[in-house]
Design a protein around this ligand. Structure first.
Ligand SMILES: NC(=O)C1=CN([C@@H]2O[C@H](COP(=O)(O)OP(=O)(O)OC[C@H]3O[C@@H](n4cnc5c(N)ncnc54)[C@H](O)[C@@H]3O)[C@@H](O)[C@H]2O)C=CC1
Ligand SMILES: O=C(CO)COP(=O)(O)O
Length: 321
């Protein structure tokens, strides 16, 4: 919708005929965006070739679990000089690769045509043109600026950044912390606990990101603190809602089937735990979330484990401190 507002002819690929028909005839996407009316210059198709052939910009927004399959489908139709942008927040399952790595492996383009878009940007608010700020990161400043130019509107402000790793790691890991925020809110643990979770969550994001080669300053920006705050506090957050349902005592399977939308933090918890081991960094919140999600640990005893950890300094493990 933002690109369409900027007068691009937007071709949207989807798998469902019903959804495609609805978008083309009623200009709504009621399953995901209730009664929001989409701009008329968005057309939908189930044919990937129709959507992608000749496109100047190709935007990937599949869940992380589907990114490789979708990229494989799109690859034959993407021209070498297209700019490819993704807005997906997660790692690939099993390989734990970042999304730009997956795209580079599948698409006929080089890293200097690849961009990640991230930051606090719930679709429900963007489609209503409520003020939103995001960051676009690329190894190539010109590609980031092209993405900035394509997306920037008076209600959607876009900053550039060179730190692809930092932006991707921040966007993925904040979902784990948001699951935790939903849990603590659901358990009635109060505002002090949530503030602690966000702050120590940011330490965890920074620690892993730094070990993976990110710029520590990225975590103070929109993809870091910005997205962490919105995902841990917004009623729109799927991860927060999933956490609060877990606190009510629902099983993970029940929560996921009730959500009916992707909750990236669940898979990301397993991925981040593996990456933490691989890079030799401590991620205690992630460890406890893993135990709650996959080892039947109760949320209350997870909080007790976090509060009962050995004494430590606040800043010595943070990059740049
Ligand atoms: N919803 C939001 O406000 C934001 C979402 N994101 C990120 O965007 C990504 C997608 O999230 P949402 O759109 O919210 O998820 P969603 O669950 O609302 O929609 C996902 C879509 O992907 C489709 N899909 C699932 N598996 C597929 C496959 N194998 N092949 C093709 N299509 C498949 C589903 O049918 C559905 O249409 C996630 O990584 C999320 O973190 C990022 C910023 C904001
Ligand atoms: O990343 C998001 C907003 O910036 C979306 O987060 P949720 O998937 O938790 O809704």
């Amino acid at each position: 919708a933002v690109l369409a507002d900027n007068n691009y002819e937007v071709a949207l690929w989807a798998r469902s005929e019903t959804q495609v028909d609805e978008i083309n005839t009623l200009h709504t996407n009621s399953r995901f965006l209730k009664d929001a009316v989409l701009p008329p210059n968005i057309t939908a198709t189930t044919e990937m070739g129709t959507a992608v052939t000749g496109a100047e910009i190709v935007l990937f927004v599949a869940p992380s679990s589907a990114m490789r399959d979708v990229a494989k489908l799109a690859a034959p139709y993407i021209s070498e000089d297209a700019i490819c942008i993704h807005a997906t927040k997660g790692f690939e399952s099993v390989t734990y690769k970042r999304m730009t790595t997956v795209l580079l492996e599948e698409l006929p383009i080089s890293a200097d045509r690849l961009v990640v878009l991230s930051g606090p940007s719930h679709a429900e608010e963007v489609v209503r043109k409520l003020p939103t700020t995001v960051v676009v990161a690329s190894a190539n400043v010109e590609a980031a600026e092209k993405a900035q130019d394509a997306f920037i509107t008076p209600y959607f402000r876009v900053y550039t950044n060179k730190d692809v790793i930092g932006v991707e790691v921040a966007g993925a890991i904040k979902n784990i912390i948001a699951l935790g925020a939903g849990l603590t809110d659901g358990l009635g643990f109060g505002d002090n606990a949530k503030a602690a979770l966000l702050t120590r969550g940011l330490a965890e994001i920074s620690r892993l990101g730094n070990a993976m080669g990110a710029n520590p300053l990225t975590f103070a920006g929109l993809a870091g603190v910005g997205d962490l705050v919105v995902t841990c506090t917004s009623k729109h957050s799927r991860n927060w809602r999933a956490g609060s349902m877990l606190a009510e005592g629902l099983s993970l399977d029940e929560v996921l089937s009730r959500m009916g939308m992707v909750v990236e933090g669940v898979r990301t918890t397993s991925a981040a735990r593996e990456l933490a081991h691989e890079y030799g960094v401590e991620m205690p919140i992630t460890e406890q979330l893993f135990a709650v999600l996959f080892q039947n640990k109760s949320p209350r005893s997870a909080v007790e484990s976090l509060m009962g950890r050995g004494r430590t300094h606040e800043t010595e493990d943070l990059p740049g401190v």
